[in-house]
Ligand binder design. Structure first.
Ligand code: IPE
Ligand code: IPE
Ligand code: MG
Ligand code: MG
Ligand code: MG
Length: 299
């Protein structure tokens, strides 16, 4: 991954972090709610690669070129709020029971379970409020975005994937079943990120289709690499506990295909993702770089 793209990653992450502080104010002076808001910011303020916010802005850039899109902060924050809520709940004792997240104790460890559940719920609701409030975007586009994100986050999206993950733990899955689970638990929000950027930028039906095709492949690749890193990564770099999947006997790509098989699958998916962008010119180069980064990353 080249230096210029590293700079893009860092700039995107910093911008998202600042925007979240602005759009989810931490008015801890708010008496009875101070513990809740402080806990929300505990999860939002640190670490996180902010890949989904970057997908939103790079998707709109692919459609509009350098022509800046108004109000992307509302969209990038909405997707990051949903993602962070999914991680907070994913770490709960009833789910993956993970003590470490983004290099710090998980929210339910730093605070308590009730706070972690409520912060997750609250971040999710705020995400939709942000889409509804996004300035400079027509009501029709806002409704399309809200509908897309709700579908991707809900029963037939991320939550559905998490349910399959939990209920399938300890069982043997076929490759097709594993793929279907990954497509929901991780792929759905990644596809939604691209759709938000595309819809807001006024993408054509063909462009939305191509972005979705790219998202489908890169979304799967993202979880394949996450499974690989659970085996090959180290806790310090990952900022979350290495080896948790095998310890919990989770169905993963590595379990089914082995490390080499999983890596080959990630490379294959990268190729498919790049192919999906063939209809775009240079304006999609950052999305191409991001795909390569997703497969090459070490955390
Ligand atoms: C981790 O997501 C959970 C998965 C969906 C695989 P990320 O790897 O994007 O986590 P952060 O946001 O960088 O912490
Ligand atoms: C989590 O998958 C996916 C979501 C949070 C929706 P994992 O359980 O593999 O994520 P990590 O490895 O804990 O980040
Ligand atoms: Mg999980
Ligand atoms: Mg987990
Ligand atoms: Mg994982």
């Amino acid at each position: 991954v080249n230096d210029a793209f590293q700079a893009t990653l860092l700039a995107g992450a910093t911008r998202n972090q600042q925007a979240l502080r602005r759009l989810l104010p931490d008015n801890s002076a708010a008496g009875a709610l101070s513990g809740l808001l402080e806990a929300a910011h505990y999860s939002l303020d640190t670490g996180g690669k902010r890949i989904r916010p970057l997908l939103v802005s790079l998707s709109s850039r692919a459609v509009r070129g350098a022509d800046a899109l108004p109000a992307t902060d509302h969209l990038t924050c909405a997707i990051e709020l949903i993602h962070t809520y999914s991680l907070i709940h994913d770490d709960l004792p009833a789910m993956d029971d993970d003590d470490l997240r983004r290099g710090r104790p998980s929210l339910h460890k730093a605070y308590d379970e009730a706070t972690a559940i409520l912060v997750g719920d609250g971040l999710q609701a705020r995400a939709f409020e942000l889409l509804a409030e996004a300035p400079g975007i027509s009501d029709a586009r806002k409704i399309a975005m809200i509908r897309t994100l709700a579908g991707a986050a809900g029963l037939h999206g991320m939550v559905g994937g998490q349910f399959i993950d939990i209920t399938a733990t300890g069982t043997n899955m076929s490759l097709e079943q594993l793929q279907a689970m990954h497509a929901l638990k991780t792929g759905a929000l990644i596809r939604a990120s691209l759709a938000l950027g595309g819809i807001a930028a006024g993408a054509s039906a063909q462009q939305l289709h191509d972005l979705d095709e790219y998202g489908t492949h890169i979304g799967l690749a993202f979880q394949v690499v996450d499974d690989i890193l659970d085996v090959e990564g180290d806790t310090q770099t990952l900022g979350k506990t290495q080896g948790k999947d095998s310890e919990a006997n989770k169905p993963t790509y590595v379990k089914l295909l082995g490390l080499d098989g999983a890596k080959a699958e990630a490379t294959r998916l990268l190729g498919e993702a790049l192919r999906a962008l063939e209809g775009f010119g240079e304006s999609a180069d950052p999305l191409r770089d991001l795909a390569a980064y997703i497969v090459a990353r070490n955390h």
